[in-house]
Design a protein around this ligand. Structure first.
Ligand code: ADP
Length: 748
């Protein structure tokens, strides 16, 4: 039992007993007071009656005895009456006030008023008025009751005065008697009250406190045992009713508690299952990411070798034209494979919403032409006309993620070709006039692909942008995966826009989107030297340390840089790299990131702690190009970052920047070739202007396939036009429409 219930119990019994005690005391005291008053007044009444009967008896006897003249008998009567209890004095007084007889002392004939002067007034008054008088007064210093009874006798000469029979009774005795009676009743009352209180205490204890105590114990126990045991021996009263109510409440509470417990247990089970599922999903996702990262690395490493050597050999003066064409094919296939790898990665990034853009400056017209050419061939194979209509006001170069943009356009164009059997596919690129963008350096470009193909039913128009959604029949979709538009839409959304579509089944579809692209600022400066071949640099030979655990990767870099006059050293992990760096003190370090014995970033961190290497440029090269990698590389102390497979021009511009190099350019033969002038055409026989018009228009419009068609036609018109037509074909294969226009301009 806790202290609280104990104190409340004490409080309750004390309260009840105090209440009863006070009530009893009040009633008892009131009764006592009343009792005392009644006793006293009864005794007084009795005293008075006794005094009256004495005076009457005395007066009556006296009347007759006076007539007989027997005073001695009168005295004896008086004396007799005086023996009665509480009687102090009895006396007979004549009308003239003389004492005829008086109990006690023998004092004859004295005026009675002189014996008791304090009664004189009342004696006189009674004698005169004849009215019986009863009074409480003090006689000889003692409280007394005085009864004065006037009486007449023929013997009394005086008519106006009467004789008096006087009785004086002791009041003190009466009071003592009353007090005795009162004391006795008080004692009885107190004893009675105590007995009642004790009985009540026992009753309260037995019928209230003990049941309450048992009830309390039962309630306390129910809290730990979860069930309520009805206390035994409860009378059928309110406490039992209360116990019943508590039992019901405890039962309900326990049931509710058990239900909650069950629910909590169920929820915990569900949470645990969810947690397990989450962990499993996370582990699977992690494993997938790791797998993709590893695959990415594994696939890019051989590609780095393929693409790197294709570039190295392409630059080799000993390479013949035929070999160069083969190398171009190798490079194109490698690039295509790279695009495929990137697409697979895109898909995984799309799933985790991690698509990122890497914008750069590029020549818009060239970009569009190459994109178009990739699809035109397919269209022509299917006998579908392909129209490419670029706006004349398009900016020369823009700053955007060309690879992503090409990915979107290729998907839209190849879909258009794929889902069109008759008619044509029209690709329009135009500049959208936008007043808000004036002077902002941004241009809004609208790309639109329109076809006369099978179209899409209205209810499928939205879902085709969801992954793995295909609208048409199965056989037609067998080529695709249903991912293209989902990836495309995601990319365009990252670019701040949305791909839109309208379509009429069996009539055709139009897909379009508009994006805001900034113009490329330094394009003109870059383009001046872009086509010139770098053969070396001015000044002292610079030392470069190449660290990569793959021999072929190191070989590519060395193959690219050695011919330019760099002094190269290599290492196959971070540890050896560190030692080699300390020995050779390179001017620049190019390091792989993922290596088994000390990775590139750890090596960089260690190098940065050495004062000699505090400022040595370190370029990290890795297979994955995510922001996190770049961020990590920068934090480790790298100055630059570029992805594998290595792109030669990009690498050179990093070296130029970090080593502050002045390149030495070679006047490459292709430069001369591409700026073909009229004088060089002297050996060729140029067809007449009429034959050249279609060719010139095709060149102006940038339609490479049309140029090739025209060149073939010219060969057939006259064999002597063959050298001229071959030149056209060669230039068109390089998409060098500018050179074709320059060449034709003097003749049309
Ligand atoms: P897929 O790999 O199947 O081409 P996409 O995501 O590119 O995947 O396209 C999704 C679906 O949208 C296609 O399967 C096709 O049903 C429909 N679709 C896309 N473009 C066209 C179009 N130009 N004409 C008709 N249907 C199209």
């Amino acid at each position: 039992m806790n202290p609280k219930s104990k104190s409340s119990k004490n409080y309750l019994s004390r309260q009840l007993l105090t209440g009863f005690g006070i009530s009893l005391a009040t009633v008892g005291l009131t009764t006592l007071g009343l009792n005392y008053f009644l006793i006293e007044s009864n005794l007084e009444q009795e005293l008075k009656q006794r005094a009256q009967s004495i005076t009457q008896g005395v007066g009556f006897s006296t009347e007759g005895l006076i007539e007989l003249g027997n005073t001695s008998i009168i005295k004896r009567v008086v004396q007799n009456y005086a023996t009665l209890p509480t009687v102090v004095e009895v006396a007979i007084v004549s009308p003239n006030g003389q004492t005829l007889a008086r109990s006690g002392l023998e004092l004859q004939n004295l005026p009675y008023a002189s014996i008791h002067p304090e009664l004189a007034q009342w004696l006189e008054q009674a004698a005169q008025t004849g009215v019986e008088t009863s009074l409480r007064t003090t006689v000889e210093g003692k409280p007394a009751l005085v009864e004065i009874l006037p009486f007449s006798s023929t013997l009394f000469a005086s008519i106006d005065r009467r004789g008096l029979a006087i009785a004086i009774l002791d009041v003190e005795q009466m009071q003592q008697q009353a007090w005795h009676t009162f004391s006795a009743s008080t004692v009885t009352l107190i004893v009675g009250m105590s007995v009642i209180l004790a009985l009540m205490a026992v009753m309260i204890q037995r019928s209230i406190l003990q049941p309450l105590q048992r009830l309390n114990k039962a309630v306390t126990e129910s809290q730990s045992t979860d069930y309520f045991v009805m206390p035994s021996g409860l009378s059928d009263n309110e406490i039992q009713f209360l116990a019943q109510t508590i039992q019901d409440a405890v039962t309900i509470r326990v049931q509710a508690y058990k239900q909650i417990e069950q629910e909590i247990a169920q929820r915990k089970q569900i949470e645990a299952a969810l947690q397990l599922a989450k962990e499993a999903a996370e582990a699977a996702n992690h494993a997938k990411s790791e797998f993709l990262a590893n695959m990415n690395h594994e696939l890019r490493t051989p590609l780095n070798g393929i693409l790197g050597y294709a570039q190295i050999l392409d630059r080799d003066p000993a390479t013949t034209e035929k070999q160069r064409k083969g190398l171009e094919v190798i490079h194109q296939c490698g690039s295509h494979l790279l695009t495929l790898i990137n697409d697979i990665l895109d898909l995984s990034k799309l799933e985790v919403q991690k698509m990122e853009l890497y914008p750069q400056d590029f020549h818009l017209a060239n970009f569009l032409t190459t994109t178009v050419e990739m699809c035109r061939i397919k269209a022509e194979q299917k006998g579908v006309a392909f129209h490419y209509q670029p706006d004349r006001n398009l900016p020369t170069a823009v700053h955007a993620d060309d690879k992503r943009l090409r990915q979107v356009l290729l998907n839209l164009l190849s879909n258009a070709v794929k889902f069109t059997d008759f008619g044509r596919v029209t690709f329009t690129v135009e500049k959208v006039e936008n007043r808000e963008q004036e002077n902002t350096g941004f241009t809004r470009l609208r790309f639109q692909v329109e076809d006369t193909g099978i179209g899409i039913v209205p209810e499928k128009l939205e879902s085709i942008f969801l992954p793995f959604e295909q609208a048409g029949k199965r056989d037609r979709n067998s080529e695709g995966t249903g991912l293209g538009l989902a990836i495309g839409q995601q990319i365009v959304q990252v670019m701040g826009s949305t791909i839109q579509v309208k379509s009429i089944p069996n009539k055709g579809s139009t897909f379009w989107f508009e994006v805001d692209v900034p113009a490329a600022a330094d394009w003109l400066n870059q383009s001046e030297t872009a086509h010139q071949k770098i053969i070396g640099y001015q000044g002292e030979p610079r030392k470069i340390l190449v660290i990569d655990d793959r021999r072929e990767n190191r070989a590519v870099l060395i193959g690219m840089l050695q011919p330019l006059g760099f002094k190269l050293a290599e290492a196959d992990d971070g540890h050896t790299g560190l030692d080699t760096a300390l020995q050779m003190r390179p001017d620049l370090i190019i390091t792989d990131v993922m290596m088994s014995r000390m990775n590139g970033l750890e090596m960089t961190r260690r190098l940065r702690q050495l004062p000699d290497f505090a400022h040595t440029p370190i370029i990290a090269s890795a297979a994955s190009l995510s922001q996190v990698d770049m961020q990590e590389a920068m934090e480790a102390g790298c100055n630059g970052f570029f992805p594998k497979p290595i792109e030669f021009t990009g690498l050179l511009s990093q070296l130029e920047h970090h080593l502050e190099l002045q390149w030495i350019y070679e006047l490459a033969p292709e430069t001369i070739e591409s700026s073909v002038t009229a004088s060089q055409t002297a050996d060729w026989i140029v067809p007449p202007p009429g034959q050249l018009a279609a060719l010139y228009r095709a060149a102006k419009d940038g339609f490479m396939a049309d140029i090739q068609q025209e060149a073939d036609r010219l060969k057939q018109v006259d064999r002597q036009y063959a050298p001229f037509a071959n030149k056209m074909l060669e230039l068109s294969q390089r998409f060098d429409d500018e050179a074709i226009i320059n060449l034709l301009e003097p003749y049309v």
